[in-house]
Design a protein around this ligand. Structure first.
Ligand SMILES: [Mg+2]
Length: 451
């Protein structure tokens, strides 16, 4: 079995035999027993390189790739690998050694914007590997040691299973709720007959942001704020028309253009930050992942909200939803009848900001009340702020914790910001009702979403 010494692997993407020979000759002169791991094509490097991140000292990438003799599969390009790496937390410094100037800059920018330490080395003359490349490699490795955190919990996989269940519940709720922005007559008929909307159910910003959260948990085992902020901004830049709120456009664009998230999130609403419902709408997977440790639920949910929502109540909304999700994992199965227990549990653990006081009113509302009446007291998200959204959602989730579809019908009947209210309730209730409670036809109706 090959044993890799710590941080002593150099990962290279290169198709040209002469250059490969030059790298093989040059690397031993660095000293320190570096091992070379070489890929000829982008797809296999993308598939295999993450396993080397804990020991990687340097990555060096070519751009143009030709198929190897006898190989017909598309070798891809270095830009494919750069885009993949940009989705990962920086592991070590990297070099772009392609002579395709335009594409080399694209690769450089992909990695730079994702916070990788990166330099370009243009192949020049015949001895560039043993001269310029070696010099830059030496300098980079001396100044920037491996930064990969191997801190995933031992039960990471089962935590991720829960996070994915919350994500499916959330994204399905998002797509379902979004279909109910229709004429009042259409909506009322559907509600009356419990008639699910025709597919496809397109997902919105709620799902796209939750996707970045799930990817962050999968990669780091916690909320890495810097990486999450950039992931939000990248998803936004890719598809800005997913229904993001007015303030979110400005914040995510600014982060994408290089403004620190602290500045971008802190500058809106005259420096108060946003108290919108965006932190709450995407957070259920965080509660699911950390359900065994309530202090972590609170801290990680706050962190996930903070990168866009600097206002304390924007964060309280997220903490409340994450706690509700955690409660479903911990207590849900022991509850034989519906009660306000989950709401009480959340109230005991959230700061006394506006969402707290509004949620307290939910304790006085019977859980079998019509959701329109509940919405008239608690709000329904039509102001798109946390305090006007989260209390109603928790009331809906508490009343229908055993029944995923009925929870969504009840929630959407309250109208208001219905993609978001259904996303929040769906993410929470799925954790108690379980996968089997989600109709497969509904999942098929939802737009396909890849983690
Ligand atoms: Mg939305």
């Amino acid at each position: 079995m090959e044993i890799m010494p710590a941080t002593r692997t150099i990962l290279i993407l290169e198709d040209n035999d002469e250059r490969i020979a030059a790298f093989e000759k040059a690397v031993p002169t660095l000293g320190g027993g570096f091992q070379l791991r070489l890929w000829h094509d982008a797809p296999s490097m993308i598939k295999e390189c993450e396993a080397y991140f804990p020991t990687a000292a340097l990555i060096s990438l070519d751009h143009d790739l030709n198929p190897r003799p006898g190989v017909t599969a598309d070798p891809g390009t270095g830009l494919d690998v750069a885009k993949f790496l940009a989705e990962c937390r920086p592991a070590c410094p990297a070099i772009i050694h392609s002579s395709n100037t335009e594409r080399a800059w694209s690769m450089y920018n992909e990695l730079r914007f994702a916070d990788w330490i990166i330099e370009r080395v243009g192949p020049m003359g015949i001895v560039w590997v043993e001269t310029i490349w070696l010099r830059v490699a030496r300098k980079l490795m001396a100044g920037h040691p491996n930064s990969w955190p191997a801190r995933l919990p031992v039960d990471h996989d089962s935590r991720m299973e829960r996070a994915m269940l919350a994500f499916d519940g959330l994204s399905l709720g998002d797509g379902f709720g979004e279909c109910f922005f229709a004429s009042p007559l259409t909506i009322e008929l559907r509600l009356q007959h419990r008639d699910p909307p025709p597919p496809p159910w397109f997902v919105t910003d709620d799902t796209m942001m939750a996707l970045s959260i799930v990817r962050c948990l999968k990669r780091y085992g916690h909320i890495e704020r810097e990486a999450l902020a950039h992931a939000f901004a990248r998803e936004y830049a890719r598809e800005p028309q997913r229904g993001y709120g007015g303030t979110a456009h400005g914040i995510l664009r600014a982060i994408g253009e290089g403004m620190p998230w602290q500045t971008a999130a802190g500058s809106v609403f005259d420096g108060q930050g946003s108290c919108g419902n965006g932190g709450a709408m995407r957070v259920a997977p965080v509660g699911a992942y950390f359900a065994d440790d309530l202090d972590r639920v609170v801290a990680e949910a706050s962190a996930s909200a903070e990168v866009t929502h600097a206002h304390p109540d924007g964060q309280t909304g997220a903490v409340a939803v994450a706690l509700a999700a955690a409660w479903m994992v911990r207590e849900g199965e022991h509850q034989t009848q519906t009660s306000h227990a989950m709401i009480e549990f959340v109230l005991e653990r959230i700061p006394r900001t506006e969402t707290y006081y509004r949620l307290k009113k939910a304790l006085e509302l019977p859980l079998n009340l019509s959701s329109r009446t509940a919405a008239s007291v608690l709000g329904n998200g039509s102001q798109v702020i946390a305090s006007d959204t989260v209390p109603f959602c928790l009331w809906c989730a508490a009343g229908h914790a055993q029944d995923y579809t009925e929870a969504l019908w009840t929630t959407v009947s309250g109208l208001g910001d219905r993609d978001t209210t259904c996303a929040i309730v769906g993410g929470i209730v799925a954790l108690n009702a379980g996968r089997n409670a989600i109709p497969s036809g509904w999942l098929q109706a939802r737009e396909r979403v890849e983690i």
